[in-house]
Design a protein around this ligand. Structure first.
Ligand code: FES
Ligand SMILES: [Fe+2]
Length: 373
């Protein structure tokens, strides 16, 4: 059997993962799940904080506590923690008595807020957060779908997002109606730890208003560009050069537990001129398309995404030319797993020690500085 990437594979700790929409975290600490582990997110006076959701005292969930100014207060015995994890007060010891040395909450390597999402990297990530250039381009409107949840693992869902051959079958009632079943050859280009997929298609574009007036043909050119960043950050830019329209879909996955993945989908379009009603309609349509995907994905009886590593890896699936993007995904994730396996054990030159500690701190600071709400 091939190696499989599961939602709890430890190597995934070296990646950025979305864990909540920005609006989901207000004054109260919020519990989230990531890679089978519990975390708590809180907005402290001096910024966003995240900790393993276990108080170092009696292992109570810190998410059952409360925020008090720049501290998270455990709900069980009132120990207080600042964003670094340092314990600043132990009420049972009396005022001014320092906390035991090991009384530290455990922060992740990084927590940032970007693209309207809160992200955690449990350990130093191998890859930076995905960029979404359309978010800063004039003329684009953006809407988030309500997050969905699937029993399928994040690897399979990312693969599904990159797959185009399924459109005429899974999406026969929506985007796949009338689509050619033949997948023309397309290009996959390595891009850092991820890759870019570019394809040119001819598709029906009923949303072009000039189709109805007869000025444009219904079937038009479409340039599709997929950008993938490990482990589960994707974006698809669809350009219709005849209509002059660009639709982008940002698709990011939170591997919560075995059997649970949370899905964050955002639409960015430059053809609706700020029309909120039309954006809401587009979001509903996208949700319908996503639901078609999820209905099939949750029926898979697979505990993870089969990986394609070096030649020694047994290959379990039969891939064809049309699967080039999916094979690239399997290779990228295999390489992430291999890279994590090569890291020395914690403490022995691993990120976080010596010179690496300085670099790590600088990189962390850079993330804080560039955080965009
Ligand atoms: S368990 Fe948190 S203060 Fe005791
Ligand atoms: Fe699909």
């Amino acid at each position: 059997m091939s190696r499989r990437l599961r939602n709890t594979t430890a190597a995934l700790r070296h990646g950025w993962h979305p864990v909540a929409r920005s609006g989901e975290v207000a004054d109260e600490p919020v519990p989230v799940r990531l890679l089978g582990e519990p975390w708590v997110i809180a907005r402290l006076d001096d910024g966003l904080a995240a900790f393993a959701d276990r108080c170092p005292h009696r292992l109570a969930p810190l998410s059952a506590g409360r925020v008090n100014a720049h501290e998270l207060v455990c709900g069980y015995h009132g120990w207080r923690f600042v964003a670094s994890g340092e314990c600043t007060a132990v009420p049972a010891l009396g005022p001014g008595v320092p906390a035991p040395r090991r009384a530290r909450a455990t922060p992740p390597w990084g927590v940032v807020e970007r693209h309207g999402l809160i992200w955690i990297a449990p350990e130093e990530p191998f890859t930076d957060l995905i960029e979404v250039p359309e978010a800063d381009e004039a003329g684009f409107d953006s809407v988030w779908l309500e997050p969905s949840r699937s029993s399928a693992c994040a690897g399979l869902l990312a693969d599904n997002f990159l797959d185009t051959a399924h459109f005429p079958f899974v999406h026969a009632d929506t985007i796949g109606a009338g689509e050619d079943t033949v997948v023309a050859p397309y290009r996959v280009t390595q891009d850092g730890d991820g890759f870019v997929v570019q394809m040119e298609q001819r598709v029906a574009n009923p949303e072009d208003p000039k189709v109805a007036t007869g000025e444009h043909p219904l079937v038009q050119r479409r340039w599709s560009t997929y950008v993938y960043r490990p482990p589960f950050m994707l974006r698809l830019r669809l350009e219709y050069p005849d209509a002059g329209m660009i639709n982008t879909i940002q698709f990011c996955l939170q591997p919560e537990d075995e059997g649970s993945t949370r899905i964050y989908t955002r639409l960015l379009r430059d053809d609706l001129g700020g029309d909120a009603v039309q954006m809401a309609k587009a979001a509903r349509f996208e949700q319908t398309v996503l639901d078609e995907d999820l209905a099939l994905q949750e029926r898979f009886d697979l505990d993870g995404l089969p990986l394609v590593g070096d030649d020694a890896d047994p290959v379990e699936e039969v891939s064809i030319r049309a699967d080039a993007a999916g094979v690239a995904l399997r290779r990228a994730l295999a390489s992430l797993v291999d890279r994590a396996a090569r890291l020395p054990p914690t403490g022995a030159g691993r990120p976080g020690g010596g010179q690496d500690r300085v670099l790590t701190a600088a990189r962390r600071t850079e993330y804080r500085r560039t955080t965009i709400r």
